[in-house]
Write a protein that binds this ligand. Structure first.
Ligand code: PEP
Ligand code: MG
Length: 589
């Protein structure tokens, strides 16, 4: 059932269960701007100070836009032009706009703090624009909001920690949360999250799973129905959010939560067992990680290495990019945590729904869209940045085994160009008289673009290893946005087209005798384990919390039978039939 404003006791909102677990707690509602805005009165004597504070935030925004303009100028052709127009418009708004002038007036007249003054002005402008009901005007409103929110961010950045106002044990309710937002949540303080927007395989969902935060995304009408402080239950498996539950419902969910905790504790006992099937085939189970705070979970899960380190998270939630030394100190935390086991360092993969990175500037939607400047494409436009990442990886490789992985590759030449950059990185180390790692880190390629999968045999000639990114591979193959709840029903890794691409890639790698792993979300779902094993995959990298679940499946599985079942499945053309064949195999073997 889906409810409308406001919720009645016991209302249940259905969304996508993206990170399992049960959270019970008071709701902390975050408004749509995505920024927590403090509001307070100021003394008459403080008006000038507050207006100055606003002035400084506006100046900072102007400097940020100028910096973005400089970066945009280095882009090629249409991209530079597109971004150029937009940034020019922002710069203009910051120089002389009603938004800033009226916010100043509000500070004086209403004696409110600068953040609140800007926020109230934005709300006033929004209501005027919305009344006009015109798509062109609506787009302009988005631009004004972008500028206003930038000023508010500049005002709040230093003083306010995100979600710091949320009481311990609360559940964050929001319209939308970005991966950068989730990365700032302390799972020891926040019980869970629920939003009205978002798909199951976007990075917001992945981050929630990584932090072990129960999460439901895409629950329609939720935000307007919940008030701050309402008790809510988030069931991250069933995808349900219950608002104002009665006592018996609360008791039922609390019992389920306790049972889950007990089951997970039992599973953790598998930690020390090797991941070996009943008939003696050995698998390597590794971890996907984003932030160093995940390392205790990686260790606890008994991971054999880091199969995917999403380095873009080092660049999130900050005003300036981390320099080489800072990147190195973060990377070394992962290396130390793995204590001799390999760490697969993926170069920056921003774009699509992964925003919030200061380094490459905030590209507009068309430049950084899912089909636009993502991953290696963006890196090749910012060679200095890629060079710094490679130098960092080489320096770290002197402390433990490192593999370097390139995201969103679609052509052989992108890999060759990256190899060239890697050579420059070696030369840089030599110039600085730093130790060159021996052996050199292997350079691998993510196979996550259908064209890359179909030319996997050619890519295998220039790559030291493959990592199959089934999340993007599914999205691009089926043209279904992984972060969009409206097409979640079409996003199906069991579609025969996706499976054929995985099989083709695996076969090409095995033929070329290079290692191949899978690190998309299906690698961590025990339902898929037998099928992936049957296709020839032996290395799986996943959210650490899923490692015991996948290991349990492997321990009960017969690898030869899995191969036979995979052969049968690959003869099918219908994903419904594939699902049935797989579920039957899982239930009876
Ligand atoms: C993938 O696309 O499957 C993948 C592992 O990379 P990411 O989820 O970071 O895009
Ligand atoms: Mg990907």
């Amino acid at each position: 059932m889906s409810a409308v404003t406001p919720a009645s006791p016991g209302d249940c909102f259905q969304g996508l269960g993206v990170s399992s677990g049960i959270a019970v707690g008071p709701a902390h509602v975050r408004e749509a701007s995505g920024i927590e805005i403090p509001e307070y009165s100021i003394a008459k004597s403080k008006i000038a100070t507050e207006r100055n504070r606003l002035g400084r935030a506006v100046q900072l925004a102007q400097r940020q836009i100028r910096k973005l303009q400089n970066r945009a100028n280095t882009l090629e052709g249409l991209a530079a032009e597109e971004i150029g127009y937009l940034l020019e418009a922002y710069a203009h708004m910051l120089k002389d706009s009603r938004l800033v002038r009226d916010a100043e007036t509000r500070i004086t007249d209403e004696r409110v703090n600068a953040e609140a003054a800007v926020q109230h002005e934005l709300a006033r402008i929004a209501s005027t624009f919305e009344a006009m009901d015109d798509t062109y005007i609506a787009a302009r409103l988005e631009d004004i909001k972008e500028v206003g929110n930038r000023i508010i961010r500049n005002l709040t950045l230093k003083s306010i920690r995100p979600f710091s106002a949320a009481p311990k044990g609360s559940v964050i309710i929001a319209d939308q949360l970005t991966p950068a937002d989730i990365a700032q949540i302390d799972p020891n303080r926040i019980a869970g999250v629920a939003t009205t927007l978002g798909g199951a395989e976007g990075h917001t969902a992945i981050m929630a799973r990584a932090l072990g935060l129960p999460a439901v995304l895409g629950a329609e009408n939720l935000l307007s129905a919940v008030s701050g402080g309402d008790v809510v239950i988030v069931d991250g498996k069933a995808g349900q959010v219950v608002v104002l539950p009665d006592k018996s419902t609360l008791d039922r969910y609390r019992r389920r939560r306790d049972n889950l905790t007990r089951r997970n504790r039992q599973l953790n006992r598998l930690r020390r067992l090797p991941a070996e099937s009943r008939d003696g085939t050995t698998f390597s189970l590794q971890a996907n990680v984003e932030l160093p705070i995940e390392m205790p979970m990686v260790e606890q899960a008994g991971s054999e290495g880091v199969g995917l380190l999403r380095s873009e998270f080092m660049f999130m939630n900050r005003e300036t990019p981390p320099d080489e030394d800072e990147q190195l100190s973060i990377l070394l935390k992962f290396v130390a945590g793995m204590n001799g086991r390999p760490v697969t360092f993926r170069s920056l993969d921003v774009g699509a729904e992964k925003r919030g990175q200061s380094t490459i500037g905030e590209l507009n939607d068309s430049a950084a869209s899912a089909l636009g400047l993502r991953g290696i494409r963006l890196a090749h436009l910012n060679e200095d940045l890629l060079l710094t990442q490679f130098v960092t990886a080489l320096r770290a490789a002197n402390h433990g085994p490192i593999r370097i992985l390139l995201p969103m590759v679609s052509t052989v030449s992108e890999v060759q160009k990256a190899r060239q950059t890697l050579k420059f990185a070696v030369a840089e180390l030599r110039r600085r008289k730093l130790k060159i790692p021996n052996p050199m880190p292997p350079l691998g390629v993510m196979i996550e673009v259908p064209g890359a999968a179909l030319s996997a045999d050619a890519l295998a000639q220039v790559s030291d290893f493959f990592a199959i990114g089934s999340n993007d591979l599914t999205m691009y193959t089926l043209a279904a946005d992984r972060a969009n709840e409206h097409v979640a029903h079409l996003y199906n890794p069991l579609h025969p087209a996706v499976l054929r691409l995985i099989q083709f890639t695996t076969t090409a790698a095995l033929r070329a005798r290079i290692p191949v792993s899978i690190c998309g979300e299906i690698a961590g779902d025990p339902r898929f384990t037998a099928l992936l094993a049957g296709l020839g995959l032996r290395e799986f990298s996943m959210t650490p919390a899923n490692i015991p679940h996948v290991k349990k499946r492997i321990l009960s599985m017969d690898a030869v039978a899995a191969t036979t079942r995979a052969t049968l499945i690959m003869d099918q053309t219908d994903s419904g039939r594939i699902t049935t064949l797989l579920d039957d195999f899982n239930n009876f073997s």
